[in-house]
Design a protein around this ligand. Structure first.
Ligand code: SF4
Length: 274
């Protein structure tokens, strides 16, 4: 069976009515979610069996989907030209000036112009760039309430949680176990804020990968023969400011970024679990 070259190839098969029966807000969002492995192609009830058969096996292969993430990013960049960036900036807590929308990603400027071109003071990681576009295009821009939820407590998070744990929480715990300055560096380098310890953790740090999408990392040190543990928590507005697929991507992206940071500091062993 042929493999989809990119999300647009899947998008072209869809009804393009944006009916939302699959749970995605638009057909394009659905194509992207399938492409990233967050949804199954058969979740669109309007697709005929031939189309499902054509791509089912391959589109459900997480590894191959991830290889094509850059292609999906290019599609989102094209879509940016269709929205009013000045209005979007007001809605999501960004600034629009000089033809560019700019907001803070982990305390650093991250911008997109009206042609979809990205520029940033930090490395543009596709795992973060995709949620950035999602936030601008679809986010409600609701202010945080301060009620923290685990990923599995978010709407549609439960079924994705095992993969989220594998891609985000487990690797991040390994980084935190090895690279003991991690939390200090999150505060120093990424604009994080150490907050009162939550859920009886030993360390709680809040980061803002997007202005209205805070993420709290809680870490429990090893104790009495028990291993350390680490969990991520999201504000209960996260589901309305981002799709669940983008919340997933943010978590996985942060994990990758912090792993690279650890490597720069010489903690090569953190790669051993990958
Ligand atoms: S159910 Fe199919 S047609 Fe409807 S929004 Fe989802 S992908 Fe589009």
């Amino acid at each position: 069976m042929p493999r989809p070259k990119n999300a647009m190839e899947l998008f072209k098969l869809l009804d393009q009515s944006n009916c939302r029966e699959c749970g995605a807000k638009t057909c394009l969002a659905f194509a992207g979610a399938v492409y990233q492995g967050h949804k199954k192609i058969r979740e669109c009830p309007k697709l005929d069996q031939a189309a499902i058969d054509r791509f089912c096996d391959e589109s459900e292969n997480q590894g191959s989907l991830e290889q094509n993430r850059d292609d999906y990013l290019a599609i989102l960049q094209n879509e940016i030209g269709k929205i009013d960036l000045a209005q979007a900036a007001e809605r999501v807590g960004a600034v629009f000036a000089g033809g560019k929308l700019t907001l803070k990603v982990l305390g650093k400027d991250f911008s997109v112009d009206i042609s979809g071109k990205l520029s940033a003071d930090i490395h543009i990681n596709p795992w973060v760039a995709v949620p950035f576009f999602d936030y601008i295009r679809q986010g409600k821009g609701l202010p945080a309430t301060g009620n923290w939820l685990s990923f599995r407590e978010l709407k549609d998070g439960k079924e994705r949680y095992p993969l989220f744990q594998k891609r985000c929480e487990v690797p991040l715990k390994q980084v935190a176990d090895t690279y003991t300055d991690l939390f200090d560096d999150l505060v120093r380098i990424f604009g994080g804020k150490q907050v009162d310890k939550q859920f009886e953790s030993d360390i709680s740090v809040v980061l803002h990968p997007l202005p209205r999408v805070p993420i709290m990392i809680c870490y429990w040190l090893p104790e009495d023969g028990l291993e350390s543990s680490l969990n991520l928590y999201f504000d209960d507005t996260a589901n309305q400011n981002l799709t669940i697929g983008s919340v997933f991507s943010l978590g996985a992206g942060l994990s990758q970024m912090f792993e690279k940071l650890a490597l720069r500091h010489g903690f090569a062993e953190v790669l051993s679990f990958r």
